[in-house]
Design a protein. Sequence first.
Lengths: 255, 255
Amino acid sequence: MHKYKLLLNPSLDETVHVVNEALKKGFLSLLVGLCRVNYKGRASSVLGWGERLVIIKRDGSVLVHRTWDFQPVNWQPPGSVLQASTRGRNLTIRSVRLKPRESLEIEFEKVFSVLVMDLVDEAEFTMYASEKDMQKAVMANPELVEEGLRPLVKEKEVEHGFIDVYAVDREGNIVIIELKRRIATSDDALQLSSYVEEVKKRSGGRGVRGILVAPSASKKALFLLEKHGLEFRTLNPQKCAELVESSSKRITDFF
Amino acid sequence: MHKYKLLLNPSLDETVHVVNEALKKGFLSLLVGLCRVNYKGRASSVLGWGERLVIIKRDGSVLVHRTWDFQPVNWQPPGSVLQASTRGRNLTIRSVRLKPRESLEIEFEKVFSVLVMDLVDEAEFTMYASEKDMQKAVMANPELVEEGLRPLVKEKEVEHGFIDVYAVDREGNIVIIELKRRIATSDDALQLSSYVEEVKKRSGGRGVRGILVAPSASKKALFLLEKHGLEFRTLNPQKCAELVESSSKRITDFF
DNA sequence: TGCTAAATCTCGAAC
DNA sequence: GTTCGAGGTTTAGCA
């Protein structure tokens, strides 16, 4: 951390100065105090007086956090334009987004602490076990779904959307595979069904199967699959990520 | 604010003590320092060394924020069980969630500041212009959609889900209304289409219309509506909220 | 820029 | 406890 500034029980004028300065320099600001919040834009919201944490980031995003809940109670996304000012006896922070037009107003009656910092963070963030990882794993190791399966195309476009994996089974049937990294829902089953119906229309009498592949599925999803003559296979996204990882490692080792 | 504690450049042992104490008492903790983060559970992620803000809330939720982005880079939802400890020369904060099993590990090499507070926040949070508001408005003022429309049921159950508003038009046709508070997508059009098809099967030859009602719609959504013989009406959720508000006020005034 | 689909989606309500 | 659907969803990828 190169620079920081800490104020305890600051005057509102002092706070305005420090926050506007932080905004100009692109520093991170944390404010804790007694405030109320109004939002108007895609929807409207009102939050009465209470003690909260307000975070102002260098990209213009604003977060209002209560002492509970993962989600901020109010916020403004990156790119919003923000200004702090004193009006009467209170401090107001106003943030406006242009597209879509929406505005957030935080009014402080009392600020307990202000912490402004120039944090240094150059690290990369990497995630594994996404749906893309499952797709790669199934393309490279189709036996994860079924012995003898031959994947032909991924992301095959059809009228309603995209088929995750388009394959052919041992007996020459077309196999439509829908992948989900989470518990499959009835929506997922219906989506697969619509893909299968569409492919059936153009398959010229060739057999068409549909397989929903996910770590698990809801009861209604399983019921709908059964009803539409579709199948379900269990597949753990973490296992897929490990496979993708180890195979890319093997390639790296080779060179 | 009843109580708070602030540490600047604390030792890691001191930090462990204060954080565990805060957890026990259900206070909000803010930590700023140099850390790295690993997550494993529904997915996996790795984040290298960098300076960040860590928020620990009284319900057990944990947030790791970088100086940019609206979203936390890593997190743990409410109900997770957390513990701080020193291992070797570093401070580790470990948070575990049981269902689904996932764990977050934050390792601090250096803590710049710790702020622990007992924030008081009893205020209510209220939101307007939800889809429910649109539903109420259309039930009470069906002319928002079409002159002469008579709404019969809301949340009518059909095989695939629930019809937002089930109505009859001037000419006695059944009208299926699907409401969206945001720009309508092609999925929304297809959902409406499936409702209409299902109702047609049981309508005994009676005319069935489908209307998608939203502030606007994507091109593909409009194309699909056209293709399936469905209709679109513009309706602003904010306007609906105002109507609902003013009518409930009228009722209040009456008593 | 608009649009589509994934997300460690989260969150709440209904069952 | 499970499931389902809304959300100021956000975000990234791609046309």
